[in-house]
Design a protein around this ligand. Structure first.
Ligand SMILES: Nc1ncnc2c1ncn2[C@@H]1O[C@H](COP(=O)(O)OP(=O)(O)OP(=O)(O)O)[C@@H](O)[C@H]1O
Ligand SMILES: [Mg+2]
Length: 439
């Protein structure tokens, strides 16, 4: 099948490659783009089906590749003959078909023909304790698979079985500080204590505070460094493991942006890649999300502009489980009802609703029953999890920068979070079986 191809390849290889394409394949060259900006413009016009891009194309990153994908353009990576670093770079950007720049017409045709049938990226879960010996395996440099043109993501070098992938749990909740961070942090800590390797990710672009809550250094590079590295195609599992240090047995933390104004650093495509890797780094990934679900892309004509809520929306979209946390007082419950309606309009699995800070003083005697009645009536939800209000335990934990398991191990609030962790750890549905809404 003849297809419309555009090139954005460095001068050194461009003309020979185009000649080979014209003479040796059935590709129609729609345009030879001098740079990425031109390539994106052509992709936006719908002129191209396939883009051949070279590894050294200036500013080529995951965000640009994501945009090409959205324009239904399939990308083929071109690297100088024998340049393994350039090849690896393309693969780490998520380009699964890569070809040497001096490839024959036959190899190019075979690659173009294979584009329709290539598998999507997959990844397997790796237990913790990564050593230097894992590096080659982790970054996909498996020399036994080398040949002229090949498809398949680098991630495939590790176990591929879907049930070996880690589970992503997004902890979301409406505005008003209902306790997203408290639930995310303590859920992650309890999962780790259950012997489930866990990564806690702070993806709140409004007021991430996991680092402070655990008394970690503010300067810890964390998620911003991981997404930057993912955008540039240099993030592999070993690098991610270094950016997400283990703070106690089985619990790794990817700290958030140190200042809220740095939100443009958390770009959707890059975060998605980071989360693909955390699935392999740990059995559970628990994400502390921001509250806002507004799609700020709709406010902008520039589709490549960063979006503040992209981190939350991406986390919800890739999650296997969503916990929606609301505060157990009249205002918190009203926000929860509206929030759940809004959550129903974005791509995400059905949430498990958690009502936090439950107390009789805010809603009257027998608070759990009253809250259940109210949420059944206004949101049609009667399956609820409750967490009691316990300022003394929470303040004490915050003061010493610890989880409840460490700071208030016998408190009722800790017990309710342990129960939640038990429930979540029993829900290890494969990512392929997720229910989706709005997608
Ligand atoms: N069950 C609880 N009992 C008492 N205090 C709590 C409880 N849960 C959370 N808190 C306290 O409420 C405050 C807000 O909690 P938290 O930071 O977890 O909310 P958040 O939803 O993440 O807020 P933000 O919008 O700032 O991200 C904190 O001081 C926390 O210690
Ligand atoms: Mg928070």
């Amino acid at each position: 099948m003849s297809r419309s191809v555009v090139t954005a390849v460095s001068d050194r290889w461009e003309s020979a490659l185009v000649t080979t394409l014209e003479r040796g394949t059935d590709a129609q060259i729609a345009r030879r783009c001098p740079d990425l900006a031109d390539l994106l413009a052509v992709a936006g016009s719908g002129l191209a089906q396939v883009a051949l891009v070279s590894a050294d194309l200036r500013s080529l990153d995951r965000t640009a590749l994501d945009h090409l994908r959205e324009c239904s353009v399939t990308v083929v990576g071109i690297y100088p003959p024998g340049d393994e670093m350039a090849e690896l770079h393309l693969r780490q950007l998520g380009i699964s078909t890569v070809i040497q720049a001096d490839a024959s017409g036959e190899v190019l045709q075979e690659a173009l023909d294979g584009l329709d049938t290539q598998p999507g990226p997959q990844a397997g879960w790796l237990p913790q304790g990564l050593g230097p010996a894992d590096e080659g395996r982790l970054d996909g440099a498996d020399s036994s698979q080398r040949h002229g043109a090949r498809t398949g993501a680098p991630d495939q070098v590790v176990a591929d079985a879907p049930d070996s992938l880690g589970v992503i749990v997004a902890v979301w909740g409406p505005a008003g500080a209902p306790g997203r961070t408290t639930v995310a942090l303590n859920l992650a800590s309890e999962l780790a204590r259950l012997g489930q390797p866990t990564v806690l990710v702070d993806a709140d672009t409004y007021g991430g505070c996991i680092a402070q809550s655990l008394s970690l250094l503010d300067e810890a590079p964390g998620l911003a460094a991981a997404t930057r590295s993912a955008d540039q195609g240099s993030l592999d599992l070993a690098a991610l493991a270094r950016l997400a240090p283990e703070v106690c047995a089985g619990l790794r933390v990817l700290t958030g942006i140190p200042k809220a104004e740095r939100w443009p650093e958390l770009r959707a495509a890059a975060l998605e890649h980071v989360l693909t890797l955390t699935r392999r780094l740990a059995r559970f990934t628990v994400i502390d999300c921001g509250f806002s679900l507004e799609d700020d892309e709709e406010l902008s004509y520039d589709t490549l502009a960063p979006r503040r809520n992209a981190a939350t929306l991406t986390s919800l979209a890739v999650a296997d489980q969503v916990l929606a946390v609301g505060a157990g007082d009249p205002i918190g419950l009203q926000r929860l009802v509206r929030g759940l309606q809004e959550l129903g309009t974005v791509a995400s699995p059905s949430p498990t609703v958690v009502v936090n800070r439950v107390r009789a003083s805010a809603v009257g005697p027998r608070p759990e029953r009253r809250i259940r009645d109210a949420l059944t009536r206004f949101a049609g939800i009667d399956e609820l999890r409750f967490i009691p209000d316990d300022p003394a335990s929470l303040d004490g934990a915050l003061l010493v920068g610890q989880s409840l398991a460490e700071a208030a191990p016998v408190s009722e609030v800790r017990k309710s979070l342990m129960a939640l962790a038990n429930e979540v750890s029993g829900l290890t549905a494969s990512p392929d079986c997720r229910s989706r809404k709005g997608a």
